[in-house]
Design a protein around this ligand. Structure first.
Ligand code: AMP
Ligand code: ZN
Ligand code: ZN
Length: 413
């Protein structure tokens, strides 16, 4: 009898031991997973599943993928990256273009470090600000907006943007963060790759250069995944992989000189490319309007108040008085740049976000997500409420719909 009772106690003790060991290895320190938000600039859903991206394809297959994600207007990098982390349309968060003019702040350009790092350009409340205020550490391996104090708050750790920084360096930094103890490990981290965008612009979306950039970025993600698995961190990371927009081919010669759109004496050019903004010069308003407004062979122009409603664009004071939208496959550049343009197909984005070429990607994988789930296309403002939910923080006011991505979640209550 005695020995049997002893045996039972020993078995119970062993079970208890095994149980606590399992618990601690599944959730080290009992802490919550890190949300890792990855952006692959300029990647279209059709670029996946073509043999260049085995690791992304596996994540998409084993986790959640959307048929596509529609960017917000304008389909450019800064406006859409900032929409993804605020859930606000660019017209509401104020990053209305990569190139802007503000009556108080002057000009904004991507390459202007002072402007990019000036919180006054960045409206709304990015997710890392909400998280930091809730006491959750955040860290960014590049993300538009992360270099500026927004509402006085920056991520705990962030880096000034460095074009071309080696992929391994980025991966190593993120891996270092994921491996930290619960007290310092970021609960939200970002990782950004510009490579597909660069190759797409230079040589077009179906170029060998774009295929090579996809393979490089995919291999880097593969390395990150292997290291996460090798360190036993798989249950500690929820991955959300997105792009900001797709890419359309621009055949050689499909370009308009902005000076041919309107006489520079009648209107000042605020932005070129695909979403071309003009400020009529004082006293020349009628001449500028006569030259620009309406439909043209390669573009259409509106007063900002009259832009198509579906773009939800034109209220913010930074939107120029006249906006011209280039047709898919056409660019507008200053005449001085025409001579430097290589005589080959290249790529552009910034076209109507409803154009299929502008579609972006969405993939999610990790303990919070279902397996083998494909979702229909959705708007990129809907990502933000999902991210807020994964961090268990109260989302700020936003333009998204929290219900869109509930089917992605294991716990969808
Ligand atoms: P675009 O193609 O004009 O929309 O601009 C995209 C480019 O912006 C990318 O290819 C990057 O080189 C650049 N970029 C991305 N993030 C940042 C950043 N945080 N600061 C400055 N430039 C950036
Ligand atoms: Zn981009
Ligand atoms: Zn681009």
């Amino acid at each position: 009898m005695m020995s049997c009772r002893f045996l039972l106690a020993a078995i119970a003790a062993c079970l208890l031991c095994a149980c606590s060991a399992t618990l601690s290895s599944a959730t080290p320190g009992g802490d919550a997973p890190t949300l890792l938000l990855v952006s692959l600039d300029g990647v279209h859903p059709d670029m996946l599943g073509r043999g260049d991206t085995p690791h992304l394809d596996r994540l998409a297959r084993e986790g959640v993928r959307a048929a596509w994600m529609q960017p917000s207007y304008p389909a450019l990098t800064f406006p859409n990256h900032y929409t993804l982390v605020t859930g606000l349309r660019p017209d509401r968060h104020g990053m209305v273009h990569n190139a802007m003019y503000d009556d108080d702040l002057g000009a904004f350009a991507l390459k202007d470090r002072d402007a990019v790092g000036d919180g006054r350009w960045w409206g709304g409340e990015p997710l890392w600000v909400t998280a930091e205020r809730a006491g959750l550490p955040t860290a960014t391996m590049f993300w538009p907006g992360s270099e500026a104090p927004v509402q006085g708050v920056r991520p705990t750790r962030w880096y000034p943007y460095e074009d071309g920084l080696a992929l391994e360096v980025r991966i190593d930094r993120v891996l270092g963060w994921l491996s930290e103890p619960a007290a310092t490990r970021p609960r939200l981290a970002t990782l950004y790759f510009e490579h597909p965008d660069h190759a797409g612009h230079g040589y077009g979306p179906d170029s060998p250069q774009l295929h090579a950039a996809l393979r490089d970025v995919d291999a880097a993600i593969g390395d990150l995944l292997s290291a996460i698995a090798a360190r036993g961190l798989r249950d500690r990371v929820n991955l959300v992989i997105v792009s900001d927009h797709g890419m359309a081919p621009v055949p050689a010669g499909q370009v308009v000189a902005v000076e041919d759109m309107v006489d520079p004496a009648d209107a000042q050019v605020v932005s070129t490319g695909q979403v071309v903004g003009f400020r009529p010069r004082p006293g020349r308003e009628a001449a500028a309007a006569a030259a620009l407004l309406g439909a043209h062979a390669r573009y259409d122009c509106w007063r900002r108040e009259a832009l198509p409603a579906r773009w939800q664009y034109g209220q913010h004071p930074r939107v120029p008085p006249i906006v011209c939208q280039m047709h898919v496959g056409w660019d507008a550049v200053p005449r001085a740049n025409l001579a430097r343009r290589p005589d080959r197909t290249r790529g552009s984005h910034g076209y109507d976000p409803a154009a299929p070429e502008m579609r972006a990607i969405f993939i999610a994988h990790g303990p919070a997500f279902r397996s083998g789930t494909e979702l229909p296309g959705f708007d990129n403002v809907d990502v933000y409420p999902l991210l807020a939910r994964l961090l268990d923080v109260e989302p700020a006011e936003h333009d998204g719909d929290a219900r869109t991505l509930l089917p992605a979640l294991r716990d969808d209550r």
